[in-house]
Design a protein around this ligand. Structure first.
Ligand SMILES: Nc1ncnc2c1ncn2[C@@H]1O[C@H](COP(=O)(O)OP(=O)(O)OP(=O)(O)O)[C@@H](O)[C@H]1O
Length: 305
């Protein structure tokens, strides 16, 4: 797949403070990539440099055919979709009005009625922007970002504050955009949602890369696949650990986590030992690490080493 955008060894400075210290990333057409990291990690600084709002102190930045977004911000703005921060829409402008005005800027906009329908904006079509709820604002800002059918879309916390039905609508729309070849770069803290939307993530901290890959790759490298079950009565995890030769711990008072891949051998040995110990347990369930647990472990490790 051809890359729609790329950043190589990016450094962003505010005065003498280096907010981004050597970040590289690329997004292909048809790909959804998430930039993750704690508050102040440098996500917005990275994305805003790609959007042309910040100047790179060092490094190469390309978005579509624009190799210096800072210098060519106006040209770039017509080619990419940016999910604006709240301040990007005049407070009194009505939702539908905003969409119609934005649509006029483009040669082949997405039909406004279709976007209104897809993002369930009809009930608030005549509501002024400042009166919209948090989730409604998010949905409108997403509609505004994509109404011009850009080939590259930047989404800042697209599902933050959105209800579950709205989240699904946004996920579906993002998947559809990617399916039609759009490159999507998103940031956010809602890791469960992001896990479901992205092909790859880049985790950064203190302006530096911590890990990168698809959620599946990160699970493979840093995750803890395991088997869990509930137990009635007492079961000493250390006894089980000694017998199985793997890590076993309580994740709740009555729930045991066996930290090993659920291979047939492991499951058979576990069942045999439990039987021998006369333990009364519920069904064995396989569990895999969430992106959130991997993220927490990676960042924790980053700070302690
Ligand atoms: N204009 C600025 N002047 C000085 N420092 C800034 C400026 N903009 C950002 N910073 C600092 O740069 C660092 C990175 O900020 P950035 O907004 O890129 O982080 P972020 O990862 O997007 O955080 P969040 O998750 O909170 O949005 C922070 O320490 C921030 O305080």
């Amino acid at each position: 797949m051809e890359d729609a955008l790329e950043v190589h060894d990016l450094v962003v400075r505010y005065g003498s403070f280096e907010a981004v210290r050597g970040v590289s990333l690329h997004v292909a057409f048809g790909e959804v990539v998430g930039v993750l990291g704690p508050n102040g990690a440098g996500k917005t600084s990275t994305v805003e440099t790609l959007e042309g709002y910040r100047r790179a102190a060092r490094g190469e930045v390309r978005v579509l055919d624009v190799t210096d977004p800072w210098r060519h911000q106006r040209t770039l703005a017509r080619k990419v979709g940016v999910m604006l921060q709240e301040g990007g829409v005049p407070p009194r402008m009505r939702a539908l009005e905003a969409l119609e005005i934005y649509a006029q800027f483009y040669d082949d906009p997405w039909p406004v009625a279709e976007l209104v329908d897809r993002l369930a904006l009809a009930p608030v079509a005549t509501t002024p922007f400042r009166r919209l709820s948090g989730g409604e604002k998010q949905r409108l800002l997403l509609a505004l970002a994509i109404v011009g059918r850009p080939r590259v879309v930047f989404l800042d916390e697209p599902t933050a504050g959105v209800d579950p039905v709205g989240k699904r609508a946004i996920r579906d729309l993002v998947a559809e955009l990617a399916g039609s070849g759009v490159a999507v770069l998103l940031t956010g803290h809602e890791l469960e949602e992001i896990d479901r939307m992205v092909d790859r993530v880049l985790i950064i901290d203190h302006g530096m890369p911590v890990a990168a890959g698809s959620p599946a790759e990160l699970r493979e490298r840093f995750g803890e696949a395991g088997v869990e079950f509930t137990v009635r009565g007492r079961l000493d995890p250390s006894v089980l650990a000694a017998r199985l030769g793997v890590e076993v711990r309580l994740v709740a008072e009555d729930r045991v986590h066996v930290g090993a891949s659920p291979t047939p051998q492991l499951v058979a040995s576990l069942a045999a030992v439990l039987d021998e110990l006369g333990a009364e347990v519920g069904p064995l369930e396989t569990v895999e690490s969430s992106l959130e647990s991997i993220y927490l472990r990676l960042l924790d490790r980053g700070e302690t080493t």
